[in-house]
Design a protein around this ligand. Structure first.
Ligand code: MN
Length: 496
């Protein structure tokens, strides 16, 4: 997952035959120039592919059908340089299954004050051509993103990229498989959910595998596989003294590496994009997987603990969305609070499984007892997170719909050394402030499990929620509890 350049967005320009050959030639020429500019832009992470102008119901239907069937096509951009009567789009849009972005732009940035004549007016018509198209899409109640501005404008390219990243994550979910080792943690509510509905709406499947099947892979990990992993651990992390060669706990490192080798092979052979497990179901495993899960997440697998398949899928989607961006997206849990009125903070962590993509410095590899799960002491990577603008996102099942809750937060440097805390940790301040942010999150039913991201913005997640056609609640610097609680009530009616 180093690039999204394998993904194509098709650039479709609508018109009609009325204009005659010369105008249509210019329309095609201009569209080609715009598509090429977007395709070459460093701001846009996918390829933008020019397609010949569509001028009839049949042509529009055919290209939508082709877009549906082309795996590499993750979405389409439409633009009406000239007037393209909306009814010609009905049949095509009716069958279109790929995300839609409507680019409301104009080839000429400026009005040529001295030269403008009716030929210019008849060619540069998107001001009304795009309104006709927009009406039809609204009338058909199709979700899309509308981006307005001149096509050379950086803000326009940034908005297109946000949507293209969301569309890439959506494409990645289609047909994706997530493995669940063991069931949900006993009695926990928010990690449960309707897996049938999720598959219908989101396109990914979640299925259970007996932990014994995984243990078989772990036990059959070869000495060579384990040796290579240990070498990688030694090269990538500061090993605690008792894990070094001849160290007292060196065996725990071998066991951890064996677990990683087995899990990696199980997931790769099965074509899984993520997984979940639970400390209540580890029969046959020596340790709760710590470093193994951490490193698998860093390699792009979605994960969440305690059977939380929704968060595992969300983590995967957000990792795809953030491909190539500075900073990471990672499974997280709001763990404990610092309620000092002068410096309120949330400490985020998990029992073991914090993704090293968040690490500020080289992680240390340590082994400590774990009071939960009743297994041998697990090996884990310990580190501090980085500061900077971040967000938490949570996907919950409200019974009649899925809701994506997003809270913008400001991550801060961990202010103290925390010598007795044997897990990786990240600290942040929720927006608009600690009390409002946490109250809003709780009113919205956001989970304790999240995907914490230092590379994505609320815009990416809004675009994603739109493509997935799910409810999206954003808590940011402008949120008030009154407004948010009303929004939740109104949404209740909308989604009924
Ligand atoms: Mn948890």
């Amino acid at each position: 997952m180093n690039t999204l350049k394998q993904n194509e967005v098709w650039f479709l320009t609508g018109s009609q035959h009325l204009y005659g050959d010369e105008t249509l030639r210019l329309v095609a020429e201009h569209s080609k120039i715009i598509a090429a500019e977007l395709n070459q832009s460093e701001t846009i992470s996918v390829r933008i592919i020019f397609k010949p102008t569509v001028k009839s119901t049949e042509e529009i239907y055919a290209i939508c059908q082709e877009a549906n069937q082309t795996k590499s096509c993750i979405g389409i951009i439409t633009w009406m340089h000239t007037f393209s009567p909306g009814k010609m789009w009905i049949n095509g849009l009716k069958i279109l299954q790929k995300p839609l972005l409507h680019l409301h732009t104009q080839f000429n940035r400026d009005i040529p004050w001295d030269a403008i004549d009716m030929d210019f007016m008849n060619l540069n018509q998107s001001a009304h051509g795009d309104r006709e198209f927009g009406f039809l899409v609204s009338r058909m109640k199709i979700e899309r993103k509308v981006v307005v501005g001149h096509w050379k404008d950086l803000r326009v390219k940034t908005e297109i990229d946000s949507w293209a990243r969301a569309a890439s994550a959506w494409a990645d979910w289609q047909g994706a498989k997530f493995a669940r080792f063991g069931d949900n943690m006993r009695n926990v509510s928010v990690t449960e959910g309707d897996k049938v509905e999720a598959e219908l709406q989101f396109g990914f499947s979640v299925n259970t595998f007996p932990v014994g099947d995984l243990v078989h892979y772990i036990n059959s990990a070869s000495e060579q596989e384990v040796k290579l992993l240990i070498e990688e651990y030694e090269a990538s992390y500061h090993l605690a003294e008792n894990l070094l060669r001849n160290g007292q706990k060196r065996n725990a490192l071998f066991d951890a590496a064996k677990i990683e080798a087995g899990m990696r092979r199980f997931l790769n052979e099965g074509g899984f994009k993520g997984f979940s497990n639970t400390f209540e179901d580890l029969h046959g495993m020596k340790q709760l997987p710590g470093i193994a899960t951490q490193r698998l997440m860093a390699d792009g697998f979605g994960y969440a603990g305690e059977g939380d398949w929704k968060t595992a899928a969300l983590v995967r989607a957000m990792k795809v969305m953030g491909t190539g961006l500075e900073g990471g997206s990672a499974f997280m849990e709001d763990y404990t609070y610092h309620f000092d009125p002068n410096n309120t903070l949330v400490l985020g962590a998990h029992m073991l499984e914090v993704d090293p993509v968040l690490a500020k410095d080289k992680p240390s590899c340590e082994v400590h007892p774990l009071g939960i799960g009743g297994k041998e002491d697990p090996v884990r990577l310990v580190f501090n997170g980085k500061s900077g603008p971040s967000l938490n996102a949570s996907l919950v099942d409200m019974g009649n719909r899925f809701r994506l809750v997003v809270n913008e937060v400001e991550a801060v440097e961990v202010p103290e050394s925390l010598p007795n805390l044997p897990v990786a940790r990240v600290m942040w301040k929720p927006l608009p402030d600690m009390n409002t942010g946490c109250a809003a999150w709780i009113y919205a039913g956001g989970a304790h499990h999240t995907c914490f991201s230092q590379c994505l913005t609320t815009q990416h997640l809004e675009d994603f929620a739109k493509i997935a056609r799910i409810e999206n609640i954003t808590i940011d610097k402008n949120s008030t509890l009154r407004q948010l609680q009303n929004e939740l009530k109104w949404n209740e009616i909308y989604f009924r």
